[in-house]
Design a protein around this ligand. Structure first.
Ligand SMILES: Cc1cc2nc3c(=O)[nH]c(=O)nc-3n(C[C@H](O)[C@H](O)[C@H](O)COP(=O)(O)OP(=O)(O)OC[C@H]3O[C@@H](n4cnc5c(N)ncnc54)[C@H](O)[C@@H]3O)c2cc1C
Length: 535
């Protein structure tokens, strides 16, 4: 059989929507797959599926890092997996292009049926400083980055003597009072307070954990009584909840709130906002709030053979008339419906309309407590927590993962929290930073570790003159650089640089600067002249 005679089903995305679509299709099209008349392909950036409901527990280490993920190849053994980044979806020419891989060229994948399950993405666009200084929380890598940051700040605080710097290190801020924000703050709070016991110089009273929520009550997805219960419980465990407060920006050492309030912190986690996946945003099809509009069969009206499920799809429930919310429960049920409809289309049978009423909603609050609403019954505390664990353990794909997580949970009951910091960061070299007016970028006498180039705004260069205090040497703006003297001469900073306006800079680290400086003569000449002129 030639490729053209075979029906090609291509699934985009390896999350709940994509992987479950492949699994259901493998079952429904078993005969066709064995006969070779159908082939299923799945393209995803990672070769694993993340079970997001358990991600908050990765922060605290109560579940091992890789125990929340399952290899896609094991879940869908009959599917051709392309572990690639998708570059372009061409609905007119009916093909998908993936980026070049590890030593191999880009792929063009033609399809007869296309299922788009690309989810959404976290975006900090329009909020100054968030991209540079806030930690997102959506992927496995995010949970690891948050855990590492928290342990790093505890290590630093243990040896820091300056009270102001200690306060910033021991303050942890989470923005977003929905499920992921509340679960993240609960785990983070439990973890830092338990981990602090292993540090000789940390007192639990010094730790401050703050939850910011833009609405009047956290967990707006649940009935108000459960939201209030969660607030009370978290407050009792030491979480400071700021309601009706919005995160507006961030600097390296502060979270900036609406109304001008700033919270000094070195750890800011933001679970909001979500944005459409850029690939979906570029698609020339009908959209509602950035999501792909599908009919009741989950198909795109103007593009036969193209379907969409999960967080990236805008589907109206056939019974309730309500749009399906972006949850794993809905993505999984839509996956089943779309697989049945693709199979029905191939066999010339009738398709079914998507309808699903969520069985319940649950949120873990750490410390053996949770809130839940199941079949209309409201539960809170230990019973809800037991139900939460049982349900999610059952839903976690793969028997081996179930066994690992059950063992993790059991050991977590008796063992102290693990405080190992995994140093996975690559050398930074170059990064962007944001500063608010009046902030010091560095102080006279500091070690010179970065060179700065001003992208926007204005800074004042100040030097202490005996008997006269700080005197302004010069003002610098867009396109100017500063910080070079300490890097070239290997001396401490000879001046303080303070921002006059909101400032965005590009920072080049010492190692990257010195490699360029020593190996690129024109750059060396430029900086020598600049230093001479500034003297
Ligand atoms: C921390 C957290 C906790 C949550 N807890 C719950 C919960 O308790 N209950 C619940 O029902 N829901 C929960 N959710 C929501 C749930 O995870 C989502 O609704 C669900 O993941 C949506 O599935 P999806 O398949 O549409 O998208 P996703 O699971 O986001 O999958 C999208 C896939 O597309 C891939 N992709 C995207 N762009 C590209 C590209 N350019 N190239 C290649 N691949 C690409 C991604 O790598 C990913 O594999 C939680 C979410 C988070 C972040």
């Amino acid at each position: 059989m030639t490729n053209r005679e075979r029906t090609r089903i291509l699934i985009l995305g390896g999350g709940f929507g994509g992987v479950h679509t492949a699994r259901y299709l493998e079952r429904l099209l078993e005969r066709e797959l064995s006969a070779g008349t159908v082939e299923i392909g799945l393209v995803s950036r990672e070769n694993y599926m993340v079970f997001q409901p358990m991600l908050p527990e990765v922060i605290s280490g109560s579940i091992g890092l890789v125990d929340t993920i399952t290899p896609i190849r094991r879940l869908c053994p009959q599917t051709n997996l392309y572990t690639r980044t998708i570059d372009c979806i061409d609905l007119e020419r009916r093909r998908v292009t993936t980026a070049a891989g590890f030593g191999s060229p880009p792929h063009a994948l033609p399809y007869d049926h296309l299922v788009i399950a690309l989810g959404n993405v976290t975006s900090f666009a329009g909020q100054p400083g968030l991209a540079e200084h806030a930690l997102p929380f959506k992927y496995l890598g995010d949970a690891l980055a948050i855990r590492n940051r928290v342990i790093h700040t505890l290590e630093e605080a243990d040896i820091e003597r300056d009270p102001e710097a200690r306060r910033a290190l021991l303050t942890f801020v989470v923005a977003g009072g929905g499920f992921s924000g509340v679960e993240a703050v609960a785990e983070l709070n439990d973890f830092v307070r338990a981990a602090a016991r292993s540090f000789r110089n940390l007192m639990r009273e010094e730790i401050r954990v703050v939850l910011l929520h833009a609405g009047p009550l956290i967990l707006p997805e649940l009935p108000p009584s459960l939201g209030r219960f969660a607030e009370m419980l978290l407050a009792r465990r030491g979480v400071e909840i700021k309601l009706n407060r919005r995160l507006e920006g961030a600097t390296a050492d502060a979270a900036l709130l609406d109304g001008g309030e700033r919270i000094t912190t070195r750890t800011l986690v933001s679970t909001v906002p979500s944005m459409p996946n850029p690939l979906v945003a570029m698609l020339g099809c009908e959209k509602e709030r950035g999501r792909i509009v599908v009919d009741q069969h989950l198909a795109l009206a103007d593009h036969p053979g193209v379907w969409a499920v999960g967080d990236c799809a805008w589907s109206i429930d056939a019974r309730s008339g309500e749009p399906a919310p972006p949850t794993a429960q809905h993505a999984t049920r839509q996956a089943r419906c779309v697989a049945e409809n693709v199979a029905a289309t191939l066999r010339g049978k009738e398709r079914r309309a998507f309808s699903f009423r969520a069985l319940g909603k649950m949120g873990s609050l750490g410390h053996r407590s949770a809130v839940a609403e199941v079949f209309g019954v409201r539960l809170s505390g230990f019973l809800a927590w037991w139900l939460w664990r049982t349900v999610y353990l059952m839903k976690l794909p793969g028997l081996d993962r179930k066994i690992r997580v059950a063992m993790d949970w059991t050991l977590d009951l008796v063992l102290p929290p693990d405080i190992v910091q995994l140093k996975t960061d690559k050398p930074v070299g170059l990064r962007r930073e944001h500063f608010e007016p009046g902030e010091a970028v560095f102080h006279e006498g500091d070690r010179g570790d970065w060179l700065y180039v001003v992208l926007d705004g204005e800074v004042d260069v100040l030097q202490t003159v005996p008997g006269r205090g700080e005197q302004s040497l010069r003002r610098l703006g867009r396109g100017d650089c500063f910080g070079e003297i300490a890097l070239v001469s290997d001396r401490p900073r000879t001046a303080t640089v303070r921002t006059l306006t909101p400032v965005n800079v590009l920072a080049v680290d010492r190692e990257a600067f010195q490699s360029l400086f020593s190996s690129f003569p024109p750059l060396r000449g430029f900086f020598e002249q600049l230093i001479e002129a500034r003297r």
